[in-house]
Design a protein around this ligand. Structure first.
Ligand SMILES: N[C@@H](CCC(=O)N[C@@H](CS)C(=O)NCC(=O)O)C(=O)O
Length: 219
């Protein structure tokens, strides 16, 4: 039995997508960020009350990067991971963790633009700095995608699900217009059947209410 604890359009989408790429049977248990469902009993599965958490092989595992690495190793026949000794292993690990560098910046922007109960407490300076930091990570990824079409070159791998998710969230804060390789990469990701199946199971996100959140005026 494999069971994913999931919030629509959150980092748990990385795992949902990878499970679909692997062609596995699994259940999805849905949660929402603002309704308290990630607190209490759920913290027995994920101590900080964060998604994803994945139940597999009698274990529960949290942290999307750990789960992506674990699933890649658990199903080697799919060829989506890069084992110890593989020449691409260092790049694989870099992208696995660089995805969280970018996601942690998006998280700051989500907090300031969306999740604060009192929007007046959002900091325009923090938003400005983090928007610039997000643009910096996107510019870096644009350069790193030179080897394309996928992050590790010719073959799609599980780090494309890890980083790919970010590229669906980042455009709420930084337009991808200045990054043609990233735009082409996103279009390529969207054509994957695993991605499309994952989108159908994702659920409806309930936090972004606009297509774009600009940096507010600094008074
Ligand atoms: N580094 C963790 C971050 C997990 C995380 O923060 N998930 C968010 C959704 S994207 C969450 O559960 N937020 C709930 C909260 O902050 O209360 C991972 O990659 O799994």
């Amino acid at each position: 039995m494999i069971r994913l604890h999931h919030v629509p359009f959150s980092r748990s989408f990385r795992v949902l997508w990878l499970l679909e790429e692997l062609g596995l049977d699994f259940d999805v248990v849905p949660y929402a960020i603002r309704d308290g469902s990630l607190r209490g009993a759920f913290q027995g599965l994920s101590p900080a009350g964060r998604v994803p958490a994945l139940e597999i092989d009698g274990l529960t595992v949290f942290e999307s990067g750990a789960i992506v690495e674990l699933l890649s190793e658990r199903y080697p026949e799919a060829g989506l991971g890069r084992d110890v000794g593989d020449p691409q292993r260092p790049r694989f690990l870099e992208f696995l963790h660089f995805a969280e560098t970018m996601a942690s910046v998006v998280e700051q922007l989500n907090l300031n633009h969306i999740f604060l109960r009192d929007p007046a407490q959002a900091s325009p300076v923090v938003i400005k700095v983090n928007t610039a930091r997000l643009a910096g990570t996107l510019a870096a990824l644009e350069r790193l995608l030179e080897q394309g079409p996928w992050l590790l070159g010719d073959r799609f791998s599980s780090v494309d699900t890890m980083m790919g998710f970010n590229l669906f969230a980042a455009p709420y804060y930084v337009s991808l217009d200045a990054y043609p390789r990233l735009q082409a990469y996103v279009a390529r990701l969207e054509t994957r059947e695993g991605y499309q199946r994952a989108r159908l199971r994702d659920g409806v996100q309930d936090f972004y209410t606009k297509d774009f959140y600009p940096v507010p005026e600094i008074g």
